[in-house]
Design a protein around this ligand. Sequence first.
Ligand code: HEC
Ligand code: HEC
Length: 202
Amino acid sequence: MKKLVVGISMLVAAMSGSVLAADIAAGKTTATTVCVACHGADGNSAIVTYPSLAGQNASYIAKQLADFKSQARKDPVMLGMVAALSEDDMKNVAAFYESQTPKGGKAAADKVELGERIYRGGIAEKGVAACTACHGPTGAGISTSGYPAVSGQHSAYVESQLQKFAEGSRNNDPNRMMRDIAGKLSKDEMAAVASYMQGLSK
Ligand code: HEC
Ligand code: HEC
């Protein structure tokens, strides 16, 4: 009897595990049929204005997809892409991208010095926090806190997001975390730190 009870509880645990776990194979199907044109077959986008998703934290990806759908993050292209996705589809495609390997990129030599200073130390006189505090020393982010990976991301995409946070047209950041920071950066500072992040690898 004891054995049977243990057996059943192990079976239940295994079943609930498979219900909770994301289905990477299903996510791959979505990614390679719907998302591939812009984000690349393995999540490394070939177009610099489209974000790479390879290696990005799954929890961050799933939040962005839900935000596009609810229009908490407004983008007409992505709104169309997520319209047909269920919560499970989002979780699955997010898990697929997290499992992929980012190709990474390089920083422009003339931007490294300023970019590194801002990324690692912030800008004290303007009250800009160091990016490392949340995005990590290697740009891996902190998955459990909702801080995205930024390493190897296209600098053109990063600059566009910093600009959107600064204007407030992207406002899905909890507690205005990114709007308050980006609003204090000049265009040159945005370009420098974006280039520096493109050169980071986790
Ligand atoms: C026609 C091009 C296109 C297609 C197809 C497309 N996307 Fe996007 N995606 C974009 C653009 C452009 C952005 C950036 C929007 C912005 O500027 O905020 C984006 C942003 C994203 C982001 C936010 C990334 C970040 O770092 O914040 C995620 C996640 C995403 N897309 C996932 C998907 C998924 C999943 C699919 C397929 C179901 C998909 N996309 C299909 C163009 C596309
Ligand atoms: C207090 C924590 C915190 C600090 C410090 C911080 N960030 Fe962020 N950052 C976030 C969060 C949270 C998000 C995601 C918001 C959301 O849910 O959409 C984010 C998102 C971003 C994005 C968008 C990523 C994408 O894929 O779309 C960029 C770019 C970015 N941060 C750059 C920076 C830079 C540059 C600095 C330093 C000058 C910085 N961050 C400092 C918390 C932080």
